[in-house]
Design a protein around this ligand. Structure first.
Ligand SMILES: [Zn+2]
Length: 197
């Protein structure tokens, strides 16, 4: 175990596992709660295609022609799972991760990379060990229709990704109550107690 890789954050812990670096909850997250904002330098598609290492891709697509580059913080190391406990929401140009089911302290935080993908380029094999594992992570448009609808109903598919599926219905209500106050919190505020009601 690499001691250097253990970098504590307010609510999250980065640890090296068999999958490389992974991110774990260091406290419980109720459903709908903000977890972390994705950060990084902005790249357009052309720049992304030049810079990305397809074997170790840490870019995150946040619009049709826009990507967030790699960082050295927890947002960089959140792994894919075909049955994730978190989902990404993009609001006002910010890409943020929320719990889509209750997450217990010590659980690995994951999201489904396909929910942010409409790129017709990068793909990866998956060994997430979920019984729902699709074995291959690809663009959202290639997901089974029921899976697409499930994610859209949760409110965790950005509009540009929904638009990549011509037949997709688009006016689904959010099932998860997103906590908007926390959604716009600064990193410093994230360290503060979240329950203020
Ligand atoms: Zn999988």
């Amino acid at each position: 175990m690499d001691e250097e890789s253990a970098k504590p954050l307010p609510d999250l812990l980065i640890r090296t596992t068999g999958k490389g670096k992974s991110v774990f909850a260091s406290r419980d997250f109720p459903i709908g709660e903000f977890i972390i904002e994705f950060r990084g330098k902005l790249y357009n598609r052309e720049e992304y295609l030049k810079k990305v290492n397809p074997k170790n891709n840490h870019f995150l697509q946040i619009d049709t022609n826009l990507y967030l580059g790699p960082t050295r913080t927890a947002d960089n190391y959140i792994n894919h799972c075909c049955d994730p406990n978190a989902g990404m929401v993009i609001r006002n140009g910010k890409a943020m991760l929320f719990a889509i089911r209750p997450i217990a302290r010590g659980e690995e935080i994951t999201f489904d990379y396909s929910t942010s993908m409409d790129e017709d380029y990068w793909e990866m094999d998956c060994n997430c060990e979920s019984i729902h594992c699709r074995k291959r992570v690809r663009d959202f448009k290639y997901l089974p229709e029921s899976t697409r609808e499930h994610y859209i109903n949760l409110g965790i598919v950005p509009q540009f990704v929904i638009n990549s599926v011509p037949e997709q219905r688009t006016s689904e209500p959010f099932i998860i109550e997103i906590n908007h106050n926390i959604a716009y919190a600064t990193p410093a505020a994230m360290a503060a107690p979240h329950k203020t009601q």
